[in-house]
Write a protein that binds this ligand. Structure first.
Ligand SMILES: *Cc1c(COP(=O)(O)O)cnc(C)c1O
Length: 392
């Protein structure tokens, strides 16, 4: 289908209850699902947890199936599992696919809690990990072995925003027989089509752009591969993963406007990132659409858009106290984790503790998440806080 993704999400196929054709899909709740008779129980028991019917609230409702279908439309996949957070989705992929003796590879700029999970829970289970340089395909190739069962890719990486040569990383990992999982939270199904990059699994923190409201935590795991989905679904059922109907309702509501919001976050972020690059005290801006960002050429060859995220490196000559004064001096930027909501946010990161790769990032790092406020208001706020904190 050639229609725009907004059109397809808003006019998505949905069968309403007879005689009630409202625009939003219904919100259905229930732990128990009553069977019409005992024979149906016996028939259904063979397929508990299968998505061709209903057997128990945890195994799916009309509301969760609707969100799963729309997320498959967004990302171009066939199967979807909804998890209680993005991090839960990442952990489920690892726990569902890896066993003792296996190895998983992560990029050095991987989402922080994902690395923590590998270091703690996975290593306790006898599953080893290595980190590869996402900007050096040969570094990934050198680390692949018969024990490598899973390779994570992220585009761009968290916080430092390096954009990898995604197609080449995926091709290398797959030629070594590994399954490739993408953390697609930044791309959100809009910046690029994840399955056209060759990945096997796309994980998405719905907490961010699909929700758009900064009011829900949820994650998804999408695949095109029936066998892989079956394996993940088994772990999903075993671990008792599920999501609540009220949260699903919020994500369904947000999803209709995801493209419009993403484009606005993108436009405002690019404008502010380019402006910040010219300001006194800002050493470097890390936004994949700017040439100053490592891997910019890969962003340009893979993507048609960018999210509302970027980081800046502030000159080391400024003291940590000046950096804090800058953050505290901002009136329109909240100081807080996460992104994808209406309010702009800023977060200081200690580079020494988060990066070990070859890239050098001297200076203090601030990560900005641009919300839906006017670009002009945000620029004025930044200008005022910059001159207050960094005045020569
Ligand atoms: C936020 C985020 C996650 C985790 O999502 P939660 O719902 O907060 O657990 C995973 N990956 C990336 C890249 C994220 O930004």
């Amino acid at each position: 289908m050639s229609q725009d993704i907004s059109t397809r999400l808003i006019h998505h196929a949905y069968v309403p209850p007879a005689g009630y054709q409202a625009v939003p899909p219904g919100v259905f709740k229930g732990s128990t699902v009553l069977f019409p008779n005992a024979a149906t129980v016996r028939e259904r028991a063979k397929a508990f947890g299968h998505r061709d019917g209903y057997s128990y609230g945890l195994y799916g409702t009309p509301t969760t199936y609707t969100l799963e279908q729309r997320l498959c439309t967004l990302e171009g996949g066939r199967h979807c599992l909804l998890c209680p957070s993005g991090q839960a989705a990442i952990a489920l992929v690892n726990l569902g696919l890896l066993s003792s003796g296996d190895e998983v590879l992560l990029p050095t700029n991987v989402y922080g809690p994902s690395l923590r999970h590998a270091r703690a829970t996975l290593s306790q289970m006898g599953i080893t990990h290595q980190c590869y340089d996402p900007l050096d395909v040969s570094d990934l190739q050198a680390r692949l072995s018969v024990r490598t069962k899973l390779v994570w890719v992220e585009a761009p990486g968290s916080i430092t925003m390096e954009f990898p040569d995604l197609r080449s990383l995926v091709a290398s990992a797959k030629s070594a027989g590994a399954v490739v999982a993408l953390d697609n939270t930044w791309g959100a199904g809009i910046a690029f089509a994840p399955f056209e990059m060759g990945v096997d699994i796309s994980v998405h923190a719905l907490t961010k752009y699909p929700s758009g409201g900064a009011d829900v935590l949820m994650g998804s795991i999408i695949t095109n591969d029936d066998k892989l989905h079956e394996k993940l679904r088994t772990a999903y059922l075993d671990l008792g993963m599920g999501v609540g109907a009220n949260d699903v309702e919020l994500v369904l509501r947000g999803l209709a406007s995801i493209k419009a919001r993403y484009d606005l976050h993108d436009a405002t972020a690019r404008e502010l990132a380019a402006w910040l690059a010219e300001q006194h005290g800002i050493r470097r801006v890390l936004h994949p659409a700017l040439e100053s960002c490592p891997g910019h050429e890969h962003w340009a060859s893979h993507c048609g858009a960018a999210a509302g995220l970027f980081s800046v490196l502030v000159d080391e000559s400024h003291s940590p106290a000046q950096l804090d004064a800058f953050c505290d001096g901002l009136r329109l930027f909240g100081i807080g984790l996460s992104w994808g909501g209406p309010m702009s946010l800023v977060m200081p990161y200690d580079m020494g503790s988060i990066r070990s790769g070859k890239q050098s990032y001297a200076g203090h790092l601030l990560r900005f998440s641009i919300g839906l406020e006017s670009a002009e208001d945000l620029r004025e706020d930044l200008a005022r806080a910059l001159s207050g904190a960094f005045a020569a």
